[in-house]
Design a protein around this ligand. Structure first.
Ligand code: HEC
Ligand code: HEC
Ligand code: HEC
Ligand code: HEC
Ligand code: HEC
Length: 233
């Protein structure tokens, strides 16, 4: 039964006055109200469906297309090595004489122990045969590498401000395996400079490290967030 047909048959009857076949006004109102309810329900349903669809696109599909995943050339177990080295993190990640940060370790930090294969771990075998014995540096993918326009100093944070590695890098120092490296296909930059929670929810200080997060801590620690050229040289 369609609305147009109803109206077409009802209008002439109304014009001709009361008729026995006319639908009582009360019932008619109820029908209209019911239709409105259904329409409202439909609108809400369509809205929610579109909202959920856009969330899926925005949070799952878009990041899936935006980032390519690459594995590190070999895996590395931080927890295992922390028991072997004498000087904790600094055995491999240290400040040079001039105060600059050595960052990701070079073969020189490994060869004293790994000049020969020690165990039966396949990553160690690959490391010794493909890199140590051929004297080739491991092409590590650097998770936190900023773009060239951003200046960052470990000395200012670790030495002067006495900050812990964990507050910016999370628990990678205690991990048993390196995670997958995710590269943004548009900027070519690692996903980790923004942290895993680009969208916002921040449970730990290391979940997100966008410009505003750097600036927020600067404001809290020093009272002002600093001029642009402090971080962009
Ligand atoms: C035996 C050497 C060694 C020791 C000791 C060591 N690391 Fe590492 N670390 C590595 C290697 C190898 C990598 C892999 C490089 C990479 O991430 O591309 C790495 C990567 C990292 C990274 C990721 C850097 C990046 O952005 O890619 C962080 C952060 C880090 N280490 C922190 C620590 C902390 C904190 C400690 C002490 C609790 C520690 N490491 C102890 C060798 C070491
Ligand atoms: C103080 C000695 C020492 C130093 C320095 C050291 N390692 Fe190791 N490494 C070990 C020992 C011990 C093992 C365990 C050997 C086994 O049973 O396979 C190991 C295991 C490994 C393995 C296999 C397990 C894993 O981590 O996935 C890799 C790969 C490795 N080392 C890479 C490195 C690299 C790269 C460096 C330099 C950044 C380095 N090691 C520096 C002692 C050392
Ligand atoms: C205030 C935050 C902060 C703290 C604290 C911090 N880092 Fe970093 N780290 C960064 C940023 C940002 C980068 C990227 C720097 C760049 O691209 O110039 C980085 C880069 C690195 C890298 C890779 C550098 C490279 O180019 O090879 C390593 C390794 C690393 N950090 C280890 C550590 C360790 C170990 C500690 C503790 C001693 C530490 N960081 C403390 C923020 C921090
Ligand atoms: C949790 C707090 C915190 C975070 C996060 C942080 N900083 Fe800082 N930063 C500091 C403090 C404190 C100082 C001042 C250190 C001092 O006393 O010189 C500082 C100093 C600096 C300086 C000045 C260094 C110099 O030699 O003049 C630069 C540049 C800088 N931060 C860049 C960054 C960047 C880029 C990020 C984000 C990737 C960042 N910071 C994240 C606390 C933080
Ligand atoms: C505390 C350090 C800090 C300060 C101060 C700062 N920035 Fe940034 N800025 C960053 C970091 C880290 C990034 C890269 C991460 C990101 O995009 O959020 C960045 C990224 C940017 C980008 C994006 C460019 C690119 O290559 O991705 C622009 C544009 C920018 N900053 C402009 C500014 C301007 C303008 C100011 C002054 C009002 C300023 N920044 C102050 C740290 C800082």
């Amino acid at each position: 039964m369609s609305t147009i047909d109803d109206k077409a048959t009802e209008v002439p009857e109304d014009a001709a006055g009361e008729s026995a076949e006319t639908v009582p006004p009360e019932q008619e109102k109820e029908e209209v109200a019911e239709k409105k309810e259904i329409n409202k329900g439909l609108v809400i349903f369509v809205f929610i469906a579109a909202f959920v669809a856009s969330l899926i696109v925005g949070w799952i599909l878009f990041p899936m297309v935006l980032y390519t995943q690459e594995n590190q050339p070999i895996d590395f177990n931080h927890a295992l090595h922390l028991e072997e080295v004498e000087n904790s993190c600094e055995s491999c990640h240290f400040f040079r004489e001039d105060g600059s940060y050595a960052g990701v370790p070079k073969l020189a930090q490994c060869v004293d122990c790994h000049d020969e294969v020690m165990g039966d771990d396949l990553d160690e075998l690959a490391f010794v045969e493909n890199y140590v014995q051929k004297n080739i540096e491991v092409p590590w993918l650097i998770y936190s590498q900023q773009s060239d326009c951003v200046f960052f100093s470990h000395a200012a944070h670790v030495k002067a401000a006495k900050m812990d590695c964990v507050s910016c890098h999370g628990d990678i120092g205690e991990s048993t395996s390196l995670k997958v490296y995710e590269k943004n296909i548009i900027t070519g930059i690692s996903r980790d400079i923004w942290g895993k929670n680009i969208g916002g929810i921040k449970l730990h200080s290391w979940d997100r490290m966008k410009m505003n997060d750097c600036a927020k801590c600067h404001k809290e620690e020093t009272g002002n967030q600093g001029a642009c050229f402090q971080c962009h040289k």
